[in-house]
Design a protein around this ligand. Structure first.
Ligand SMILES: Nc1ncnc2c1ncn2[C@@H]1O[C@H](COP(=O)(O)OP(=O)(O)OP(=O)(O)O)[C@@H](O)[C@H]1O
Ligand SMILES: CC(C)(CO)[C@@H](O)C(=O)[O-]
Ligand code: BAL
Length: 282
């Protein structure tokens, strides 16, 4: 497995693979890899001949006061995990390689509506940063397919929409959320949790499951259910950011007629912001 840091080197190597008729799968990440990321790499390897994993902590998607500086950078450990998972190439560019003229000069990709609300409301500019860097990664790697986790449900919806709207020739594949044994969604940010916080963290998924059961059992008073879920999180010692029951396709508030429903949650545990979601059909 090779690691390259420059776009020039990346393009040279990928040209060689394309000349051999090989298909290319991309797994975009911010590094500090865990089994969630590795499941995406394995999925990409099932569907493409060559897997490129990008590792780039993208400053454009972090807001002021967020954790850009302290976000864990663990390239050596990441390389070991990727090699074991059958990854072909790691693309780990520096900020200057991706944004040579700086962030202020960068053309941006805006995906309206689907970026509004939920994480988009709490993190203004976040999805513009994600949509921009993902579009750039697609142009840099020119993959046949790209794999993203359902853990970041709204992000996946934003990326599917931008690929449709801009007619990008990339197949977007979603992969299910990989969880710890107690239900907590695996996430690089779980590493910020103290031992006490880590013990509390599974309540996020438990609240999703308990609320989902009520929706499946026929309750359609969604605003009341959302408020009850927020109360459960608060009672457990978390600070809910949002708990929203939405139509799985539009991400707009669910109506009693909706069949495919997704529960979206973000909550702070101390200073760590955790997100999770659960989809159901009724
Ligand atoms: N538990 C998981 N299961 C499946 N996919 C995941 C999981 N966690 C992250 N991913 C996916 O991995 C890709 C890279 O995500 P990222 O590097 O931000 O990881 P992360 O652990 O979610 O980090 P963070 O804590 O910063 O959100 C995204 O497509 C994301 O949805
Ligand atoms: C898709 C992504 C790699 C873009 O920076 C990031 O948002 C992530 O890790 O989910
Ligand atoms: N996993 C989403 C990337 C972010 O939180 O910035």
């Amino acid at each position: 497995m090779r690691t390259v840091h420059s776009l020039k080197e990346l393009r040279t190597i990928l040209r060689g693979y394309r000349r051999q008729g090989k298909t290319i799968g991309l797994v975009p990440t911010m590094g500090n890899l865990h089994e969630g990321h590795i499941s995406l790499v394995r999925k990409a390897a099932e569907a493409a001949d060559v897997v490129v994993t990008s590792i780039f902590v993208n400053p454009m998607q972090f807001g002021a006061g967020e954790d850009l500086d302290k976000y864990p950078r663990t390239l050596v450990e990441d390389q070991e995990q990727l090699e074991a998972a059958g990854n072909t190439l790691v693309f780990a560019p520096g900020v200057d390689e991706v944004y040579p003229e700086g962030l202020a000069q960068q053309t941006q990709v805006v995906v309206p509506e689907v970026s509004d609300g939920h994480c988009g409301a709490s993190r203004p500019g976040h999805f513009e940063g994600v949509a921009t860097v993902v579009t750039m990664l697609f142009n840099m790697v020119q993959p046949d397919l790209a794999v993203f986790g359902e853990k970041d449900f709204q992000q996946l919806a934003v990326i599917r929409k931008l690929v449709r709207d801009l007619m990008l020739p990339v197949e977007v594949i979603g992969a299910p959320t990989v969880r710890e044994d107690d239900g907590l969604a695996k996430s690089s940010r779980n590493g910020y949790l103290s031992a006490d916080e880590r013990r509390l963290a599974p309540v996020v998924y438990q609240t999703l499951q308990a609320t989902a059961r009520q929706v499946t059992d026929g309750r359609s008073d969604f605003e009341t259910l959302e408020a009850e879920a927020r109360d459960q999180l608060s009672a457990a010692g978390l600070r809910p950011d949002y708990f929203n029951i939405v139509n799985s396709q539009t991400l707009k508030p669910a109506t009693p007629d909706d069949i495919e429903i997704t529960l979206l949650v973000a909550a702070f545990l101390g200073t760590t912001r955790l997100i999770d979601n659960l989809s159901l059909t009724r």
